[in-house]
Every structure is written in C-alpha cells, then in structure tokens.
Ligand binder design. Structure first.
Ligand code: ADP
Ligand code: ZN
Length: 530
C-alpha cells in the first residue's frame, strides 16, 4: 500500500490544492466540505460535472479514519480508485469482482487504518460480516453516491439502497453525505427520509446548464437527420449519440462512418478491449463520436464534448438530463439534440407493458415516460420546463433552446383530432376491433388496400375524410395525442384507444394546439440560428 501524502486532519483548502491540484473550490463545494469535515450530515444535489466527488473526498482526507463511499457502479469505482492512487491517496475498493486474496488484503489495510478511502457497492453491506468488518476500522464518513437510487419512485431504484438507512443507527456519530445529480423535489424528500438524513444540511446547486442548447425535432429520416446534425453542424467535434439497442448503436455508427465521421459504437455486448479502445479514443483523440447505449458516459470525464444526440427517446426526464449533461462540461457552447417520433412513443409503451415489474412499477414508468413526452411536445421554453421539473424557478424563457430561438408555428389541430378520434371509436364500434396508427391513417386518407377492402373499411363514414393531410402529418398528430394522453396505445401491436381526455375534444369543448410539423422544412429541423 502506498503511504499517504496527506497531512492528518488537514485543512480543506490545502488538501484541495495539494492532493487534487485545484486552486479553489467551486460553487457549494467549500461549504459542503467544511460542514461534513466538521461532522455534519449533508444532502448534495449537484448537476453532473458539478464536482460532487470533491465533496466527500476532501472531508474524508481531513478527518481521521477511512471515508467509506457507497457507489453502485463497479467500473466507476475502479477508475476513481486508480485516479486517487495516482494523486497519492490511499484508496481501495471492495467488490465481488476481486479475488479472495485481494479482498483479504483490502480488509486488512482498512482495519489497520491504512486507507483514506474505501469504495463499496451498496449490496456489499448486506453480505455477512460486512458491518463487522467496517466496525473493525474507523469510519471517517459515509458518502452515498447516486443517492436517488433509494427512491422507489425515482427513475433508477435499487433495492440495496434501502439498507443504507441503517447506517444512521449503526454509526450515529459518523457524518453521512448523500449525493445525486438527478432529484426532483419528490425524490429529494424521499431520499432524505429513507436515508434518515433528517438532521442534514441541504445543498442544492442550480441545475441549469446555460451553455447547452436544447433541440428536439420530429423524426422523419433519422439517418439523414443524424448525419446532417453531426456532419453538417458539428464536423470534427467530439460527441455522444445515444440509442436504445445495441444493434442500433452499431447501425448508427456505420451511417456516420459512411458519411466520413469518425464514429465508434459502444455497448455492453462488445468485448472489453473494444470498449476500452472506444473509450480511450474518445478521451484522447479529437473529434471522435461515440454511438452508445446509456451505459456509456457514466464517470467519463471529458470536458469538451460538443454535442449529445438522442436518436431514441430516453425513458425519463432525469435520464435525458443526465445524458445531455455530459455535453459542454467545459462551459463552452454545446448542443443537446434529439429526434423523436410516433414509433418511439409506441415502442416505449410496449416496453413498459411487456416488461416485468408490478402494476405500481409500470404506472411509475408510464408517468416518467409521459413527462418525457411533455418535454418533447411543449411549445414553450424547454429549459424552463427542465428546471421546473427539478423544482427550480427560472426568470423567463432562456433564449438558448429551439423553442426560444425559433418559436414553433402552432397548428389548430382540433378538427383533425376529432376526425381521428371518431375513426378510432367508429372502427371499434362497427368492426368490433381496433387497430394501430397506420390503419387508422389509411381510413382517414381513404387509402385502398387488401386489408381495407377485406374489412370493408371504405364503408365507414370516416373513410377519406382526412385526405387533406399527409401520412406524416397524421402520424405527428397521433404522436401528439399519445404524448398528451388523449390516446393510449395498447398491447403488442400498439392498438389505439381514446382516453377520458378525448371527450372534451370530441365535443368541441377543448381544442388541440400542436406544433406545425416541420416536414416541409427539410434537414435536421434546424433552428437556422447556429
Ligand atoms: P460529478 O461527480 O458531479 O459529475 P466530478 O466530481 O466527476 O463531478 O467532477 C467533474 C469535473 O470537475 C472533474 O474533472 C473534476 O476534476 C473537476 N473539478 C471538481 N472540482 C473542481 C474544482 N474545485 N476546481 C477545478 N475542477 C474541479
Ligand atoms: Zn428556451
């Protein structure tokens, strides 16, 4: 084990400078560090890149004993430990991926007081002897990273986190600091309660990332849109493209490479060497684009990521914010771009319906999805929506999102919505069954097909009443009505059904205002204000 270069009971400012090489604290860091170093509990809400690690690493080094860090991601743990060791800190991790001998050595070093920081996965605490092991040494503080995982209604619940509440009773005199980058006011309350942090001070940083420009465009030809965005607007710049499936990441990486962009795929199914190579190239070389599933980016500290693109809909606003937060950490302008369409909405609902998880879990996932859809469909400032989602007030429209820069033209879609809803109801009533979006659109547009003939759909009174709108416009409307909860899509086939909210629209008591589809304007749905 390396010998520590840290002065015992060191001064926070000195530790920051001498160990981490930073001349000064940022934002709330200093207040948090001093509070925890002097024995107080803390709840820290700070956006990705805000510098949460310092908030427990420095106080751990200032206090006697070992700082115990509970962190859910084993891979990240190793990176952190390696970086700390390079800085001369006596850090180690304990996890099931290690050999028996390695574990024994770490346990010995901990009990002998030879460690400044010890990283553990939360599930470790429930293994036999874990508490006894920790009691053999001296704990300087507990840091609970990704603390939102304790929230059952959050987007990333992990049952093992529930046990962490017991730390308060087992070590009543040891300060605890819980940290997260994604907490809505409800999650914030819940994590405070479940982790028994009733005496904690709360440090809530602003979540605003003014340097990031948000843009969400309707998905038309996603390949062309993505290439136009990456190559046309961010040529030679580093970025991350997120997709939902492994296959899609490989496909999209190929699209970009064919267009001359230096793109690599990254997902958990690739061999470790290939992943490491992608990660290393992304970090070290200029202008590498990684096309990844969400696994990528956690703990990757690259300040000059100029864009994050989503070609599939994230499952929650929390997830979206965390992923887009990886852009522009250096403070220079960056873009968060997303293309989303009807198929995304239907697919995500199907994933939720067919996924495992009880009724309450599904309802929770649907609520998260619906909030994500609202962000996509709103016709007011995106940043204001995001900030209010995280419980923050903003002074007005931001001037740096697609809505502010290029206010969408609004379209009164009440009449088309009525036509669509009547079609859905009528097919249900007269043919005893209902269909997915495509068939309804065929009826509305009066599109002849074998199926429509077989089912005599051309005898329906709504046959052809919507020939004035294109298929894309109809799909946009279906997507909008799904997003705002007027329609539901059910089952494997994405069968459409109206909800209670359809009634006032059919009766004409409520109107449907949606953004005019930008189908006529080609390309990436550019704001033109680059
Ligand atoms: P988070 O966990 O909140 O996403 P990190 O702890 O990984 O953030 O820190 C993000 C980046 O900011 C890292 O590169 C870190 O070295 C840097 N950083 C943190 N605190 C400071 C500081 N006081 N001065 C300069 N850089 C800092
Ligand atoms: Zn705005």
């Amino acid at each position: 084990t390396a010998s520590s270069t840290i002065p015992p009971a060191g001064d926070p400012g000195r530790v920051l400078a001498e160990v981490f090489g930073f001349p000064s604290f940022r934002g709330d860091q200093e207040a948090i560090v001093r509070h925890v170093a002097s024995g107080g509990d803390a709840v820290v809400l700070m956006p990705t890149g805000g510098g949460k690690s310092i908030c427990y690493q420095v106080p751990a080094l200032c206090r006697e004993g070992t700082g115990v860090v509970l962190s859910p991601l084993v891979a990240l743990m190793h990176d952190q430990v390696a970086a700390l060791r390079l800085a001369g800190v006596r850090a180690a991790a304990l996890n099931s991926a290690m050999s028996f001998e390695e574990r024994v050595e770490v346990e010995r070093a901990y009990a002998a007081g030879e460690l400044d920081l010890l990283y553990l996965a939360p599930e470790r605490l429930s293994t036999p002897g874990a508490v006894e092991l920790l009691q053999r040494g001296r704990v300087a503080l507990f840091a609970i990273d990704e603390a939102h995982c304790v929230s059952q209604w959050g987007h990333d619940f992990r049952p093992d986190y529930l046990r962490l509440g017991a730390l308060a009773e087992l070590w009543p005199d040891v300060p605890r600091v819980a940290l997260t980058a994604t907490a809505t006011p409800a999650t914030h309350r819940e994590l405070t309660e479940r982790l028994h942090l009733d005496r904690a001070r709360h440090f809530v940083s602003s979540f605003d990332r003014p340097g990031i420009r948000y843009r969400i465009v309707p998905k038309t030809k996603v390949r062309d849109q993505l290439v136009a965005f990456v190559k046309g607007e961010h040529a030679g710049e580093a970025g991350i493209v997120y997709a939902l499936s492994r296959k899609k990441t490989e496909q999209a990486a190929a699209w970009l490479r064919e267009a001359g962009v230096d793109a690599v795929a990254y997902h958990a199914g690739l061999p470790a060497e290939q992943r490491l190579e992608a990660q290393t190239r992304f970090l070290r070389e200029d202008g590498v684009v990684v096309v990844a599933t969400i696994a990528f980016g956690m703990g990757i500290d690259k300040p000059d990521v100029r864009f994050v693109a989503h070609i599939d809909l994230p499952k929650s606003v929390e997830g979206y914010y965390q992923e887009t937060g990886r852009a522009g950490r250096d403070g220079a302008p960056a873009e968060a771009w997303m293309a989303y369409g009807l198929a995304d909405v239907v697919q995500q609902r199907q994933l939720i319906e067919t996924g495992d998880g009880d009724k309450a879990t599904r309802r929770n996932q649907l609520a998260h999805l619906n909030q994500m859809l609202q962000l996509c469909e709103i016709t007011s400032c995106r940043r204001q929506y995001l900030l209010s989602y995280f419980g923050e007030q903003s002074s007005g429209p931001c001037g740096n999102c697609d809505v502010c820069l290029d206010p969408p033209r609004l379209w009164d879609a009440t009449v088309p919505a009525q036509k669509l809803l009547s079609t859905v109801l009528r097919i249900g009533k007269e043919r005893g069954r209902t269909f997915a979006a495509g068939q309804h659109i065929d009826v509305l547009r009066g599109t002849e097909s074998d199926r429509s003939r077989a089912l005599r759909l051309d005898e329906l009174s709504t046959w052809g009443i919507g020939a004035d709108l294109s298929v894309a416009q109809w799909r946009g409307l279906v997507r909008h009505l799904l997003a705002v909860g007027v329609l539901e899509s059910r089952g494997e086939w994405g069968v459409l059904a109206p909800t209670e909210a359809a009634k006032p629209i059919l009766s004409g008591d409520e109107s449907v205002m949606m953004r005019e589809e930008v189908i006529a304007r080609r390309g990436t749905g550019s704001t033109g204000a680059k």
